[in-house]
Design a binder for this molecule. Structure first.
Ligand SMILES: Cc1cc2nc3c(=O)[nH]c(=O)nc-3n(C[C@H](O)[C@H](O)[C@H](O)COP(=O)(O)OP(=O)(O)OC[C@H]3O[C@@H](n4cnc5c(N)ncnc54)[C@H](O)[C@@H]3O)c2cc1C
Length: 510
């Protein structure tokens, strides 16, 4: 007589899991239907590119790279993944300027978003002058949006410091720069999105249509949908800028003036950022005329740390007559070191595209494709002087490691929309403090240890910071990171990407 086997329900569950795991290899993306399979490539160069990013820290190999020839192709790929008992993951890859593998898909598929350029046939950026907006493909880069809109005398209002980033990539985070205090981050300047959800549905959403999806995706770290089009708000474009650097040797004078500048209702500046000049190599004084550089060097030597406000006032032919007077009014009463204000006149594009000039120099010196152990934190205004004492002076200056830029500038929380996924500290004004290190491969660990020390200092001091471009968190840390938004974030994930297919490189649900 044949033996009889009986199983407990829990044993049956385990057996099913084992069976699924043993057959998982069969459910490879490469088994996709022919119309999808032809766009899945395993070219070693493409695979290798897709397994790295600007950070050069994390490396994860996808099974294949997907070259979509249309938006429906992306929908098809995601639907196919959904149809499998064990779905594969899918990561949209914009310019891969993430620093910690956020656009990678280990054993999944990396979607090369820039391939959509062929599909657009030149219609990737469509400017609607009457509506003051542009419909822009999620794969387009901001420098191209600038060029396209300037042709109509228009411009987006909110930027990032560097413009060779895709719309999809920056809108998945927030997109911040020195205009954010006035217009909010880039996610606050989008009227409508078209995207492919984690279920493979192509959906249009806005604040009034499918609003839950709209707010989820903005700042949503790629978790809910792949952005294929964004309707971006535009305003009149200036043609030129007055570009100022004000040097401070006293932190409270520096931060007090920054906060004053971002609060102005009349004759407000158009851009406010700030950064440190440390008595450490490299001391980049390229902004300043050669004649004044020795004066600046001796100021930095004397105080070890100098704080610089970077301030810009836009103008055009109509406002040219008044701009010098406006700048004079703006800086009157500010507490920078007397005679340490320096001014440049530049075209609007030269100013916005300033980081690209640095990029070209760094590339020519072989210094661009190096590890970038970056750390960005948003710090509530009430604790910013603790960052100066505990981090700038207590860690950065002491350890003498700094290779790169340390940015510090405030933003107004009222310009952020709390319904969106992006998280900020819970104060009306908060600062972006960015440690933008470039490290040799041999020094990477030292920089990572320093970043860890900065975070530990914030923890120990009870500073309620939020990491921007968050990375490398445990489940519990993600929960704490999103705080009161975690529940909604999870619910939205269950609604729009229930099988956890999208953006696995963020490490939130995978
Ligand atoms: C030199 C440099 C300067 C920078 N300056 C700033 C700055 O001033 N301000 C600022 O805010 N940020 C800045 N960043 C950070 C940058 O905004 C983010 O890293 C951004 O995600 C990069 O865009 P990307 O196209 O390279 O995105 P990727 O690195 O390709 O992708 C980032 C994430 O978004 C997802 N994603 C990509 N495309 C889409 C899409 N279409 N739909 C949905 N999800 C998508 C990816 O899967 C991934 O999870 C800078 C980065 C660099 C390297």
């Amino acid at each position: 007589m044949a033996p009889k086997f009986t199983f407990e329900p829990s044993e049956i569950f385990i057996l099913i899991l084992l069976w699924l795991a043993s057959t998982a290899a069969q459910w490879s993306p490469l088994q996709a239907p022919k119309e999808l399979a032809q766009n899945l490539v395993r070219d070693p160069v493409l695979l290798s590119e897709a397994s790295t990013d600007y950070g050069h820290i994390v490396h994860e190999n996808p099974v294949a790279v997907f070259k979509p020839s249309s938006v429906s192709d992306i929908a098809g790929l995601i639907k196919f993944s959904n149809s499998l008992p064990i779905p594969f993951t899918v990561a949209a890859r914009g310019q891969a300027h993430s620093v910690h593998g956020q656009a990678m898909a280990r054993d999944g598929v990396a979607v090369n978003m820039t391939e959509l350029n062929d599909y657009r046939k030149g219609s990737g950026i469509v400017v609607k002058v009457s509506g003051k907006y542009a419909d822009v493909g999620g794969e387009q880069i901001w420098i191209d949006v600038l060029h396209a809109t300037l042709e109509y005398g228009l411009t987006p209002l909110s930027w990032t410091d560097y413009l060779y980033l895709t719309l999809g990539g920056t809108l998945s985070n927030a997109g911040i720069s020195g205009q954010a205090f006035q217009f909010g981050p880039q996610i606050s300047n989008v009227h409508e999105l078209e995207l492919v959800t984690g279920k493979g549905d192509i959906v249009t959403c806005s604040a009034t249509k499918n609003s839950n999806l709209f707010y989820a995706v903005l700042g949503g770290l790629g978790q809910f949908g792949i952005i294929t089009r964004a309707r971006v708000a535009l305003g009149p474009a200036p043609t030129r800028v007055k570009w100022l650097h004000l040097l401070y040797n006293d932190f409270s004078a520096f931060s007090g003036d920054q906060e004053h500048l971002i609060s102005l209702a009349e004759n407000a500046p158009d851009y406010v950022e700030g950064f440190l000049l440390l008595n450490q190599p490299p001391l980049d004084l390229s902004f300043y005329p050669a004649a004044v550089q020795p004066r600046i060097t001796s100021l930095v030597t004397q105080y070890s740390i100098i704080y610089i406000i970077e301030l810009v006032k836009y103008y055009d032919d109509q406002s040219q007559e008044n701009v010098d007077q406006e700048v004079e009014d703006l800086v009157r009463g500010l507490k920078f070191v007397p005679r340490f204000m320096f001014e440049k006149d530049a075209s609007y594009e030269e100013f916005l595209n300033r980081v690209h000039s640095d990029e070209l120099v760094l590339r020519s010196q072989g210094l661009w494709d190096l590890p970038h152990p970056w750390l960005n934190i948003f710090v509530p205004k009430s604790r910013i002087s603790d960052i100066d004492e505990g981090v700038f002076k207590g860690i950065i200056l002491k350890q003498n490691l700094t290779a790169g830029l340390v940015l510090i500038y405030p933003m107004n929380r009222s310009k952020w929309d709390d319904r969106m996924s992006a998280v900020t500290p819970d104060e009306d004004v908060f600062y972006n403090v960015a440690f933008l290190h470039t490290s040799g491969f041999d020094q990477l660990k030292a920089f990572q240890a320093q970043n860890q020390e900065v975070l530990q200092f914030c923890e120990d001091a009870g500073i309620k910071y939020k990491q921007y471009l968050p990375q490398d968190k445990t489940k519990q840390e993600w929960k704490e990171y999103f705080g009161p938004k975690w529940k909604t974030f999870q619910e939205r994930k269950a609604e729009f990407d229930p099988k956890h297919i999208l953006a696995p490189g963020q490490g939130i649900f995978t």
